[in-house]
Design a binder for this molecule. Structure first.
Ligand code: FAD
Ligand code: DLZ
Ligand code: SF4
Length: 509
């Protein structure tokens, strides 16, 4: 008897809604490693290790606090292999009055949950996930009747609502957004601090061994493993970010440097998304650093904008548009993912660096995801379905609610401009400005055409040409289309031929 409290792998917060009135003497907390979740896409090996180890540590902490935890290991003989199967098995064995859980992060899980009450003949309560700072309903209210759903306006509302970086009813420093001060190009030696690396304990080692055995055919390097897997470790990583990196976070937010996968980013998304850190505590701690004079406004506002603005906004966009958002394909793009997305084997140095780092770390920072891998996916007309699956697989912070709007909306413009006002398309010059990748590349960034030319240069114009009917009236692309319009027929023909040659042999590019 008592209630059965289901905690999913991205709900590892001690104050999660499903645990808020948990009775230590009567209730059972269910946490389960299930085959379906580990394989519905073939997640990066580090991602599975991280989620399993964090789940096992969380279960142990709950037990130490006196809760009754029913923990299903992946290789338990009776493991039913799915959330539904494991909840049903627990309901049959424990016979609870009720099942309580928290709203999940993915549509497919929610769809499944909706059928549990009828299926099991036991009441099922799905509670609001109050770790998010904007409810799904409040986002829908904000979006209602608006012609365009720009993040900036949503973000301003959130700043006011939570009284973050406000000076009365005005934004701190007079501006809402200091993005223009966040584009410093990396020149000379950057003294990037070593990021937090947790030690491997017995629980994590067991998970590493399990993943090595069961998921050897999944993408990604398992070693070295250094993610935080407990709340204490994640809090330490947060404090270390604030004391060592936050100061320069703003300046180098858009920078890319060969051999520096972590730069001044926070590397906290894994911990926030799985519940080890609460987004509001990250915001408040960084705001305090600004108030104490430990970090400048452009850094603190930039960081807070990502969490209070973008993170909440993309979640709102996901639930506002599901189901259906996963099928969006504005450009009718259908090219298969090139092999090098898995092998890293490409002569394009920028892509080779970013995909290799992704393979090694299950992490790439935002501008690598957006302007290198994302930009290429857009320009090459890769299938949104395949690109979405890749991003969901390869990053340890990826869950559909956050991955899909970033891919479908932000990088591929596959939703036709619901999220972004224009496609984030750029040629080699931008990559050369924001990184040092080009100097080590087989292609020449200054060449516009021919086999030696940087492919981003002609793919950019080929993309605009291919999609002229859909994009030419976009006011933010007016200048690019005017330039395209002024090009000679020979030049346009050279661009088309270069692009066709590139696509024909894309796996050897
Ligand atoms: P920082 O640069 O330190 O930023 C601080 C925090 O802000 C992050 O930890 C994250 O919680 C939040 N944040 C920043 N940008 C975004 C954003 N665009 N959307 C949502 N939250 C944001 N983020 C994920 O958490 N999971 C994903 O699956 C994911 N997929 C992405 C796919 C693409 C194509 C792109 C362009 C971005 C994606 N992002 C995703 C957003 C962003 O790239 C990552 O949150 C960030 O790189 C994580 O590293 P960090 O913690 O060092 O971030
Ligand atoms: C990502 C993931 C993986 C790999 N495995 C599990 C698991 O075995 N059990 C679990 O509860 N959660 C797992 N997760 C996280 C879930 O995929 C996530 O909770 C749902 O997609 C809802 O967002
Ligand atoms: Fe990338 Fe082009 Fe620079 Fe090579 S030259 S690193 S392909 S942008």
């Amino acid at each position: 008897m008592g209630t059965l409290r289901l905690i999913l792998g991205d709900q590892l917060s001690h104050d999660i809604a499903a645990l808020q009135d948990c009775d230590k003497n009567a209730d059972t907390i269910l946490i389960c490693e299930v085959w379906d979740e580990a394989t519905y896409v073939k997640h990066h090996k580090k991602k599975i290790t991280f989620v399993f180890s964090a789940m096992r540590h969380f279960a142990k902490e709950l037990e130490n606090k006196g809760f009754t935890v029913r923990y299903t290991h992946l290789d338990d003989k009776k493991n039913a292999g799915s959330f539904r199967g494991e909840v049903e098995r627990a309901v049959k064995e424990i016979k609870p009055d009720k099942v309580i859980t928290t709203f999940p992060g993915e549509w497919r899980v929610y769809e499944d949950m909706k059928g549990w009450e009828k299926g099991f003949g036991t009441p099922v309560e799905i509670r609001e996930d109050d770790r998010f700072l904007c409810t799904i309903d409040d986002f829908a209210k904000w979006a209602e009747g608006r012609k365009s759903l720009r993040m900036e306006y949503f973000y301003r509302e959130m700043r006011k609502q939570y009284n973050i970086l406000m000076d009365g009813n005005k934004p701190e420093g007079g501006e809402w957004n200091y993005d223009s001060q966040n584009r410093k190009t990396p020149k000379g030696e950057l003294d990037v601090p070593v990021p937090y690396q947790a030690n491997i304990d017995e629980i994590t080692q067991d998970c590493i061994d399990l993943v090595a055995e069961k998921f050897s055919d999944h993408f990604g390097d398992l070693d070295p493993f250094y993610f935080a897997v407990t709340r204490d470790q994640a809090l330490y990583a947060l404090d270390k970010f604030i004391s060592e990196r936050l100061e320069k976070f703003g300046d180098y937010q858009d920078a890319m440097v060969q051999g520096e996968p972590w730069l001044y980013h926070s590397h906290l998304s894994f911990y926030i998304n799985c519940g080890l850190l609460n987004p509001l505590e990250c915001i408040q701690k960084t705001e305090a650093a600004y108030q104490n004079g430990a970090a400048p406004l452009n850094a603190v506002e930039g960081f807070i904008r990502q969490i209070l603005g973008w993170r909440e906004y993309v979640r709102g966009i996901y639930w506002l548009n599901m189901p259906g958002y996963e099928k969006e394909n504005f450009f009718v793009a259908d090219r298969a993912l090139p092999d090098f997305f898995w092998t890293t084997n490409t002569k394009m140095n920028c892509l080779r660096q970013c995909i290799s780092e992704t393979k090694q770390n299950a992490y790439a920072h935002h501008i690598q995801r957006l302007m290198i891998i994302g930009n290429f996916s857009l320009l090459a007309g890769l299938s949104p379905e395949e690109v979405n699956e890749w991003y969901l697989i390869v990053y340890a912070d990826a869950y559909e609610w956050v991955e899909m709007p970033n891919v479908t909306g932000m990088i591929l413009f596959a939703d036709g401009g619901l999220l972004a006002s224009k496609p984030y398309a750029a040629g080699g010059a931008y990559i050369n400005k924001m990184s040092d990748y080009c100097k080590n590349c087989s292609y020449s960034v200054s060449k516009k055409n021919g086999p030696k030319a940087c492919p981003f240069n002609y793919l950019y114009w080929d993309f605009l040409g291919r999609n002229e009917d859909k994009l030419q009236n976009n006011p933010r692309l007016g200048m690019s289309y005017r330039t395209l319009g002024k090009m000679s027929d020979e030049k346009k023909q050279a661009i088309r031929e270069d692009a066709q040659r590139f696509f024909k042999d894309i796996n050897n590019a």
